[in-house]
Design a protein around this ligand. Structure first.
Ligand code: GUN
Length: 321
């Protein structure tokens, strides 16, 4: 209610100001800039505030006899994957968790890859693990996300975990990018319950689990994808638009309604560097809150991975006692 009133207030203020600006364009230029700037949803603000809690929890688990220990399997030399894994290692170090990287050659024989997974799955010291995706073609016939020991599934991709989401149990491990987005919305007091939310992209990593979670939190969710007939028809009436398709800067103000929140999951390599799915400058004309790229959803994903690692460690510790 308060959120809706705030949006309505800003929309009216923008309109009134627009009228004034016709008469006094120069004097009110700065005021217009300030009023039309949406809130920047930065991950750093949240992570800086929350990391001490995670560090404390990590220490507590170690004191109780099980140090959080993340094992990552990285096959090949995809530069983006290397960069993601580096960020995950850095965050593990920050909270005091053990991090072990198993970096395999891109042509690793299937049997060796499977042997390593088996070892990690059974290693009592390992409390969380995942295989960084994508994996090389010769391994893609394997259902690797289902080969991870479900009690160590920090990615949240195992069907046991997906089943919990389907049933609306949201206090268990949740896939990292959707979890990071929910945290981002909650910490910024952006209302989810009752909101009309459009997700663009139906991947197993982001769009699909996110639609289940948001529906579980009582939002009205529309999941759009490459065959959606009229994307703008959906996005223009959404309170929150979340784009996860990997199409550089396609989502501009024309797709948005005034006062909407825009969450950009895209990370696209272009001639001018890394950009999101959202045309940031254009979207800020309509958005009331928006995530930057970089510095928005990406770090929240890594932060959520740490939360999941602490959860799997706690579960394993409880099962042992
Ligand atoms: N590649 C891109 N995102 C992810 C993720 O969340 N988990 C894994 N395992 N691989 C990824």
């Amino acid at each position: 209610m308060v959120h809706s009133l705030a949006i309505a207030g800003i929309i009216v203020a923008r309109q009134v100001l627009g009228q004034y600006l016709l008469k006094f364009p120069v004097k009110l230029k700065e005021i217009k800039l300030v009023l039309s700037m949406p809130k920047l949803l930065k991950a750093k603000d949240i992570i800086d505030a929350e990391l001490p809690r995670l560090t404390q929890k990590c220490h507590e688990l170690e004191q109780r006899g099980l140090k959080p220990n993340l094992n990552v399997v990285l096959v090949g030399d995809n530069p983006a994957s290397h960069s993601y894994v580096k960020n995950k290692k850095r965050m593990c170090e920050k909270i005091g968790a053990q991090f072990v990287l198993h970096h395999l050659a891109s042509d690793i024989p299937e049997t060796e890859f499977l042997n390593l997974l088996g070892k990690i799955n059974n290693d009592k010291a390992v409390t969380g693990c995942f295989v960084q995706l994508p994996i090389p073609k010769h391994l893609q016939h394997l259902d690797v996300t289902q080969m991870i020991n479900p009690t160590k599934d920090v990615d949240g991709f195992h069907l046991n975990t997906v089943c919990d989401l389907y049933l609306g149990n949201l206090d268990k491990v949740i896939p990292c990018t959707p979890k990071g987005i929910i945290t981002m919305l909650r910490k910024n007091n952006i209302q989810i319950e009752g909101a009309d939310i459009v997700i663009i992209g139906r991947s197993h990593i982001v769009g699909k689990p996110l639609s289940l979670i948001l529906e579980g939190l009582n939002a009205t969710v529309t999941l759009c994808h490459s065959r959606t007939k009229d994307l703008k028809k959906h996005t223009r009436s959404a309170d929150i638009v979340i784009s996860a398709v990997g199409r550089a800067e396609f989502l501009n103000a024309d797709y948005l309604k005034d006062g909407s929140t825009v969450i950009d999951v895209g990370i696209n390599k272009t001639d001018k560097g890394l950009v999101g799915d959202v045309d940031f400058a254009s979207a800020t004309e309509k958005a009331i809150a928006i995530t930057p790229v970089p510095g928005g959803v990406g770090p929240m994903t890594v932060f959520s991975l740490m939360e999941n690692l602490l959860m799997t460690t706690e579960t394993i510790l409880k099962e042992r006692s």
